[in-house]
Design a protein around this ligand. Structure first.
Ligand code: NCD
Length: 309
């Protein structure tokens, strides 16, 4: 095993060496489609436990395991498992350890993956625990940034939309903080700002942080525009969501003065925050980003299972 963690529960467990090892392996899977890869995980089973909706994360993990030659058992909705009868997540984790070799869990509660992993004897990956963390997404975001910019230092990074509830943002800034001299432009509605502790911590790590409201004025300065969906499911009322949901919308016309090397990323799904006419712009990389998620998940599964190529 070339990585330092047993479970992947939060981005703050990941070291710079881990990022390197995972991205190196992901790059191998990205560029080699040799059939010998398809045998790596033969006989191994991945449990895919999704208590919240998912398209990319769930299918990328399941496709990754199948591409590695392993099998999956899957739970699409918590309603069909014993947690509905009141079983604790830590009991479920203990039980699943007897049936499979690695587990991926998404759940609406913060720290649910940690609870699931408490007595698990198999590696556990947090695929999103409420508004808390989504570490495998941040690894694929880093992989995508490095793929298009060939560096992870000194980037001008706009993070736009829901900086309060987005778990992908929370995980991503933790990984980006390792690198040197970034300028973060935090662009959000005042009620969806990044929490002040994280802002202070980024500054302490040596980065510049600029909080601003204007996406259009900031766009020409950016190397990366990381768009996010306003996380409707985390709001207490529909009215409070409606009041902020359409605050930012990136349209093709806004890109006239953007750097030619700008990359527009989004963990997806996008709702209205990126107009469809942006999709064909050379800076639009969010569909590549989603594709790269497959290679990162192949890398994570093989590293966490200790499978050597
Ligand atoms: C994200 C998530 O679930 O946090 N989606 C994903 O995993 N690609 C982002 C979102 O739902 O807005």
């Amino acid at each position: 095993m070339n990585i330092s963690f047993r479970h992947l529960l939060s981005a703050d467990q990941v070291t710079q060496e881990d990022i390197q090892a995972i991205c190196k392996k992901a790059s191998f899977f990205h560029h080699n489609t040799s059939s010998s890869i398809f045998d790596l995980a033969r006989g191994k089973i991945l449990a895919s436990l999704f208590f919240e909706p998912s398209t990319r994360t769930r299918f990328a993990f399941e496709a990754a395991m199948q591409k590695l030659g392993g099998n999956i058992i899957t739970l699409e909705s918590g309603a069909s498992s014993s947690t509905k009868k009141g079983e604790t997540l830590s009991d479920t984790g203990r039980i699943m350890s007897g049936y499979c070799d690695i587990a991926v869990i998404r759940h609406p509660q913060k720290n649910s993956a940690t609870e699931f992993a408490k007595h698990a004897t198999i590696p556990v990956i947090n695929a999103g625990d409420g508004s808390n963390q989504h570490p495998s997404q941040s690894l694929l975001d880093i992989y995508t940034i490095n793929h298009f910019h060939h560096r992870l230092d000194e980037l001008s990074i706009g993070i736009i939309g829901d900086l309060k509830f987005s778990r992908t943002v929370k995980s991503l800034v933790q990984l980006l903080a390792f690198y040197k001299r970034h300028t973060f432009y935090l662009i959000s509605h005042p009620s969806l700002k990044m929490n002040t502790e994280t802002v202070a911590w980024l500054k302490k790590c040596g980065h510049q942080v600029i909080e601003t409201k204007s996406l259009q004025d900031t766009l020409p300065l950016l190397d990366i525009a990381y768009m996010t969906r306003v996380q409707e499911e985390r709001f207490d009322t529909k009215e409070s969501y409606d009041a902020v949901k359409n605050h930012y919308r990136l349209e093709r016309a806004h890109l006239t003065h953007a750097k030619p090397t700008l990359t527009i990323l989004h963990p997806l799904p996008r709702i209205a925050e990126i107009a469809e006419d942006v999709d064909t712009h050379t800076s639009a990389k969010y569909f590549d980003q989603a594709q790269f998620g497959l290679y990162i998940r192949m890398a994570l599964i093989s590293e966490m299972l200790g499978l050597e190529i």
